[in-house]
Design a protein around this ligand. Structure first.
Ligand SMILES: [Mg+2]
Length: 269
């Protein structure tokens, strides 16, 4: 039987996308903390790396961001420009594989298991793509390379900005085990905090929890099964005893009948 083919997935993710586009197009914003979004109301849609140093994050209310970083510069989003860049990077992706799965304007999974350039190394493809993106758009991207989408996405975040990380099959488990729970897809800051309070800090802790939970569940199931068996045994015993009693009663009655000598079977229900 043929061995299942190991897939080669690249996750490409532009670095601080909206904010980087704004810094590219307005030199006065370069090297400064920038937030794309409304200054008064609304949320931060993207924060430059300079802003992130102050704790400014996307999806954060603008007022909170301003409090964290008083010199934060707010810029209105220009979606048509972001869409143009998105189209440009998509064109580059399609030079390598038709299997492109965009996640948003600035992120996509590429399946390069078999690729249009016949390149054997996915990490080489990622490097080439990132170089071409920089050349074409003046913007940097990071990439994660692995054998599934989950790990590729984790990997692209590992050496941001302007970096790339490979997670080969033999390193997959170790990578996940070493990862803080907050980095798992779907675990937000609040859930991460709760998990941390419970002593779950890394993927390894989470795995141990899962193993423990499974052990507890198995013990519970075994216990319940034992209890059910005991109940069944008790029922059987009762039934046997009842049958035994009935037999004795019947025998006693029969004896009585015999002793009475009446020949009539009376009183038998
Ligand atoms: Mg991005």
């Amino acid at each position: 039987m043929a061995e299942a083919e190991i897939r080669k997935i690249i996750h490409v993710d532009m670095d601080a996308f909206y904010a980087s586009v704004e810094q590219r197009d307005d030199p006065s914003l370069r090297g400064r903390p920038v937030a794309v979004g409304g200054r008064q109301r609304g949320v931060v849609m993207a924060a430059s790396y300079e802003a992130r140093k102050f704790g400014v994050r996307s999806a954060m209310p603008s007022v909170t961001a301003k409090r964290l970083c008083p010199e934060l510069m707010f810029v209105k989003p220009r979606f048509d420009v972001y869409k143009d860049v998105s189209r440009q990077i998509r064109e580059i992706f399609l030079d390598y594989t038709p299997l492109v799965e965009p996640l948003s304007l600035d992120e996509a999974y590429l399946d390069v298991t078999t690729n249009l350039k016949g390149m054997p190394l996915a990490s080489e493809i990622a490097r080439e793509i990132r170089a071409r993106i920089l050349e074409r758009t003046g913007l940097t991207a990071s990439a994660g390379i692995s054998y599934n989408k989950f790990l590729a996405k984790l990997a692209s975040d590992h050496r941001k900005p302007n970096g790339q990380t490979v997670i080969p099959p033999e390193k997959g488990s170790a990578f996940v085990e070493g990862l803080p729970v907050g980095r798992f897809h779907g675990v937000g800051p609040k859930t991460a905090e709760k998990m941390n309070r419970l002593g779950i800090h890394t993927g390894a802790d989470l795995k141990a929890q899962t193993d423990m939970k499974i052990a507890v569940l198995n013990a519970e199931i075994a216990e319940r099964e034992a209890q059910r068996q005991a109940e069944r045994d008790a029922r059987d015993q009762q039934m046997q005893m009842a049958m035994h009693t009935e037999k004795i009663e019947a025998m006693t009655k029969a004896k009585k009948v015999t002793r009475d000598g009446s020949g009539r079977v009376s009183g038998v229900e």
